[in-house]
Design a protein around this ligand. Structure first.
Ligand code: AGP
Length: 607
């Protein structure tokens, strides 16, 4: 996902812009650039590759106090110097950086070319720059407004102009922008991580808004020039939360943060004695939620796996028909949304393009929409009728770990919240909530003996095909374990409902092939033990995730990693943790870039 940083103030802008871009690196990018405005000109420096390549081209002695910076994840046009942002207009006096996709860029490009404009790049962003230059007549804010009236698509942009060197103009439509409020300075960014070093006072821009930012003030208006009130908020996350904190990788840090992260997620939301769940974000829609006829969960990737656990939870605890849809499929399949349908989007970043589009589709068809989101102020968090934040803190590693367990925990809370207002007895709810309250401590105890996972990784990291099997609540965990391994160690892995193996995939099993089987205590234990025997009969090496105290499993599995006992619906919160660690250690052994895996971005904000 692209990153935006802007600065206008009293300090030299360049070091601030570079430091801000570095804090945005984790989002994934393939080129970067800077524009500085002062003394009647705009100086643009940009390059394909990492920020370190850009730095070699920069003169850090430049005193300019106004500037913008960008990290680009290529969508229109290859990652080249020419396609990197910022882009200039024909006069060379206006520079633009942009997150998002302009959908009518071809028509606008043709129009401008007929006006004599000669484009230098293949990007849709240059169309914005040329359009602003086309309208510019001494008022940058006005020219940006006029240009954006011609544009359709999504954008988060920042613009500087040689003739207005103390101004940054920003605009947002579908791609987040935050304004950090400092002392005689303002920092604009697409992500709080780039602002926290300077201030924790921020204003989240809304869709359809333009900001004209100077050193001592900024004004917010709509695209139609209607003033918008500024709501200054405090960023919840501290900078150290974003730093590595002594861990080798963000992913490792975030795996080990899960006890605290889940404790924060549950804090103030459960009453064990009363068997009650308190979710302030659902109060206004509790009645509709409790009377829902159908729930549709929609998400992508790991969030989709968490949603699949949610489907089992809602049907068991709330007794409401529930289905889980890939957001990218849901939005194009003419979904049936009728009275009593609730659509719930699950997302760590709150900026996943497909999930946002699916939610928009659901809203247009009249669904009550809820968000299960980690990032406050994100597009999904602001675009739903109601919702519940994960409160697990910023997740920097591309591979989602604490956000997955946070999503499952929140879905567990919501299912119990609704179930308790429907058919779930106080005693059953109290037992469930009591087990949920134990989870953080149980994960903490598991992490104290995390070497088992490393041993498994050391044994099998050299092999290129793994299978993951699970049943019931642990079927989504098998899918998630396979995804974790694939996305950071580049080992091919497939997750399956264990019983499905005999309908084809069992043909894959060869001598010594690693097969991870989640075989915890529960209603399908005997069945999963049979599946393990089927794997062993064909020479597969079984890595079992089992419940502490199980004496049978050691007799039939090559490796056993034990997890504490808990009620079946909460097992994913425990069984997913060793699978995260197996993937992590396999990636480290294979020398992969754990936090920034190839081809991946932390948040996929393009379709
Ligand atoms: C998971 O490890 C991946 N990073 C990816 O599948 C991710 O879960 C997916 O892109 C959804 O992201 P979101 O939760 O921010 O919407």
């Amino acid at each position: 996902m692209c990153g935006i940083i802007g600065y206008v103030g009293t300090r030299p802008a360049l070091p601030i812009l570079i430091e801000g871009l570095r804090r945005l690196e984790y989002r994934g990018y393939d080129s970067a650039g800077i524009a500085l405005a002062q003394g009647g000109k705009v100086e643009v420096t940009k390059s394909a590759g990492r920020i370190s390549v850009l730095e070699q081209r920069l003169d850090f002695a430049l005193p300019q106090a106004t500037g913008i910076g960008h990290t680009r994840w290529a969508t229109h046009g290859a990652p080249t110097d020419l396609n990197a942002h910022p882009h200039l207009d024909a006069s060379g006096k206006i520079a633009v950086i942009h997150n998002g996709i302009i959908e009518n860029d071809r028509a606008l490009r043709t129009y401008l070319e007929r006006q004599g404009v000669q484009f230098k790049s293949e990007t849709d962003t240059e169309v914005i720059a040329q359009l602003v230059g086309h309208f510019y007549a001494g008022d940058l804010e006005k020219a940006v407004r006029q240009a954006l009236h011609e544009v359709s698509g999504t954008f988060g942009i920042a613009v500087v102009c040689a003739d207005e060197p103390d101004v940054v103009v920003a605009a947002r439509q579908g791609s987040p922008l935050i304004i950090g409020v400092g002392q005689h300075e303002h920092i604009l960014a697409s992500d709080a991580a780039a602002i926290l070093a300077h201030t924790s006072q921020v204003v989240y821009m809304g869709d359809g808004q333009i900001a004209r930012i100077t050193r001592d003030d900024f004004r917010l208006t709509t695209l139609d020039a209607i003033p918008v009130a500024k709501e200054v908020e405090e960023i919840e996350w501290s900078l150290e939360e974003i730093e590595l904190g002594g861990h080798e990788h963000f992913m490792h840090k975030e795996i080990f943060e899960q006890p605290d992260a889940l404790a924060n997620c549950l804090r103030g939301r459960i009453d064990v004695r009363e068997g009650m769940v308190h979710l302030g974000g659902l109060v206004d829609c509790a009645r509709e939620l409790v009377r829902a006829k159908r729930i549709i969960l929609t998400a992508c990737g790991t969030a989709w796996h968490a949603a699949l656990v949610g489907e089992y939870l809602f049907e068991e605890l709330a007794r409401i028909p529930t289905e889980t849809e890939y957001a990218s499929e849901f939005r194009y399949r003419n979904p049936i949304i009728d009275d009593g349908t609730i659509v719930m989007a699950v997302s760590q970043s709150g900026e996943t393009a497909d999930t946002i589009a699916a939610l928009t589709e659901a809203k247009q068809r009249g669904a009550l929409t809820l968000g299960v989101v980690n990032t406050v102020g994100s597009t999904l968090a602001r675009g739903t009728d109601a919702g519940v934040f994960l409160h697990v803190g910023p997740e920097i590693g591309v591979a989602s770990t604490k956000a997955f367990t946070g999503q499952v925990a929140v879905l567990s809370l919501i299912a119990c919240y609704v179930g308790r207002r429907r058919h779930l007895s106080t005693a059953a709810a109290a037992q469930f909530i009591s087990a949920l309250a134990e989870i953080p401590a149980q994960i903490r105890s598991m992490l104290e003996q995390a070497d088992d996972a490393k041993t498994v990784a050391e044994r099998y990291a050299g092999l290129d095909n793994w299978l993951y099997l699970g049943r019931g609540y642990n079927y989504p965990v098998a899918l998630e374990g396979a995804l974790k391994l694939k996305e950071i160690s580049y080992i091919h892995a497939e997750g399956l409902p264990a019983a499905e193996m005999k309908h084809g995939p069992i043909a894959l099993i060869t001598e010594g092939m690693p097969v991870v089987v989640i075989a915890t205590s529960g209603s399908q234990y005997d069945k999963i033990m049979n599946n393990i025997s089927e794997v062993r009969a064909r020479g597969g090496s079984v890595i079992a995730i089992a419940t502490e105290g199980d004496r049978e499993i050691k007799k039939i599995a090559e490796h056993v990693i034990f997890v504490p006992d808990t009620v079946e619906p909460l097992q994913p919160l425990l069984t997913s943790v060793p699978l995260q660690l197996i993937a992590y250690h396999a990636a480290v052994i294979r020398g992969c870039n754990v936090d920034k895996p190839r081809n991946l971005a932390k948040s996929v904000t393009v379709e």
